[in-house]
Design a protein around this ligand. Structure first.
Ligand code: GLN
Length: 489
């Protein structure tokens, strides 16, 4: 199917001219999943019959003349942390292996109202804790660019599905980098919206002061379309903010002359793969060539982001995951008494990384340590936010690498949690600050693995971040390259 990598606008044109039906399109993507996903393993669940029903519905809607939605008939993939009514939602965990949600997340309701076709649920690190998708209780997903490497994580299944043409876009969730980081490693676009931009109702909670749902797509325009559909206030999520949602695609003018681009010096130093630094520096040159003004800035508390994140996120996770006790839903391994039921259920239901986080978080929140760890981390978090506010008072956006390295080998970091945590070194601070960012492809290393450019912006200023990313994308050809898969021919 030469359509596999087509941008949404082109697919919509074909659908509108009746040169293609949503059913044909959906069937073609399902065939491609059948041909490729045995190896890539991006999906945990594919729902072919339901997908075709949704496609038929989209075709009927188009026939009735109600066809203005840019997502009408477009097949999408959803991270298995976002509830879709009637479809298993495992969160990559044995704990929820048999959980079928009786409701859909707000973002899913919005996608369905826009006429999108939901193909299935994608693999994730267990409860989104990880950077490689290897912490999934079921299997690891492989990077379409090199099947011996990880796709990044935790939204690795969504990133791999989009990169391999097994979906026209996807949703992931980003707590400390889980949309941007896999997007960078799979050579696609990933958007982390500002905290409060997108409703999390129906997203299984990991760390509630950080979690955001964000789109993954093959072009900035496609990502902007998806964001426009899922964004907005939701009375069911009190952290979602009641502020207007701009028409994102209309900001993608290609014009960035006079915009100020800050380059935070702390993001270029030790631990960064030289090819990643070179590609990002070249991208900054490209932005300068487009007329953007480049300025050096400093985010002095950058070093604190990793320790602060690994206190706050596990603390919140330890509270959020207390609900999996074997009584209400999910796995239940009953013991002779309540205590034994808890022990068995949680002992067998959670994997090693989730247990590690629960222990770290419980410790950081316990009496006598709360002030020294959790409270202090919160204070340093304010300093991190202040760094960004100061830099973004002088600049329209900041640019940096999305990840310190390109995709690493499967198994390379599984036994070394600290090494795994370092994969998010460049994405954590922005999440702690609650601001928005995007990763856009900006080159390849010598092994042909994608490199991501991270563009970060002010709270609720996704429009400027997307505008910059789009101008860069249009000035380069990275987004036109696709992984060497046998079904490409
Ligand atoms: N890799 C980070 C973690 O393990 C971020 C995960 C995420 O954003 N969900 O916590």
């Amino acid at each position: 199917m030469d359509l596999a990598y087509a941008p949404l606008a082109r697919v919509q044109t074909l659908l509108r001219r009746r040169e293609l039906s949503a059913v044909e399109l959906t069937q073609a993507v399902l065939d491609r999943i059948l041909a490729l996903d045995n190896e890539i393993k991006a999906y945990l669940t594919v729902a072919p019959e339901w997908a075709l029903e949704q496609a038929e519905e989209a075709d009927r809607r188009r026939a009735s003349g109600n066809d203005s939605s840019p997502l009408l008939g477009i097949p999408l993939a959803i991270k298995d942390l976002i509830c879709v009514e009637g479809v298993p939602n495992t969160c990559g965990s044995r704990m929820l292996e048999n959980y079928i949600p009786p409701f859909s997340a707000t973002v899913i309701e919005k996608l369905r109202a826009a006429g999108a076709v939901i193909l299935g649920k994608t693999n994730t690190d267990e409860f989104a804790m990880g950077s490689s998708t290897e912490n999934s209780a079921f299997f690891a997903t492989r990077n379409p660019w090199d099947l011996n490497r990880v796709p990044g994580g935790s939204s690795g299944g969504s990133a791999a599905a989009v990169a391999a043409g097994m979906a026209f876009g996807a949703l992931g969730s980003d707590t400390g980098g889980s949309v941007r980081q896999p997007a960078a490693m799979c050579g696609v676009v990933g958007v982390k919206p500002s905290y409060g931009r997108v409703s999390r109702w129906g997203l299984v909670a990991f760390a509630s002061s950080l979690d955001q749902i964000g789109p993954l797509a093959r072009t900035v325009t496609d990502a902007a379309i998806l964001l426009g559909v899922i964004a907005g206030h939701d009375p069911r999520d009190s952290t979602s903010v009641d502020t207007p949602v701009p028409d994102y695609p209309s900001f993608l003018t290609g014009e960035v002359r006079g915009l100020r681009v800050g380059v935070p010096q702390e993001y270029f130093g030790e631990g960064i793969q030289p090819e990643v630094e070179a590609a990002v520096r070249e991208a900054i040159g490209t932005l300068a060539g487009l007329g953007a003004e480049i300025v050096e800035v400093s985010l002095p508390h950058t070093d604190a982001a990793l320790p602060v994140y690994y206190l706050i996120a596990p603390s919140e996770a330890s509270a959020n995951l207390a609900r999996y006790e074997g009584l209400r839903y999910g796995l239940s391994l009953e013991g002779p008494d309540l205590w034994q039921t808890y022990r068995r259920t949680r002992g067998q239901g959670f994997g090693a990384e989730v247990k590690r986080r629960i222990m770290l978080g419980t410790y950081a929140l316990s009496a006598g340590y709360y002030d020294a760890y959790y409270l202090k981390a919160g204070k340093v978090r304010t300093l991190i936010r202040r760094d960004f506010d100061q830099a973004l008072a002088r600049c329209d956006v900041l640019v940096a690498p999305t990840t310190p390295t390109t995709a690493f080998r499967l198994g390379e970091k599984v036994d070394d949690p600290l090494q795994m945590y370092l994969a998010d070194l460049f994405t954590l601070a922005l999440s702690l600050a609650g601001l928005c960012g995007v990763s856009v492809p900006c080159g390849f290393d010598q092994n042909g693995l994608p490199i991501g450019l991270q563009i970060m912006g002010r709270a609720f200023d996704e429009a400027t971040v997307l505008r910059m990313a789009h101008a860069y994308e249009q000035a380069t050809e990275w987004h036109l390259q696709h992984p060497p898969l046998r079904a490409n021919g």
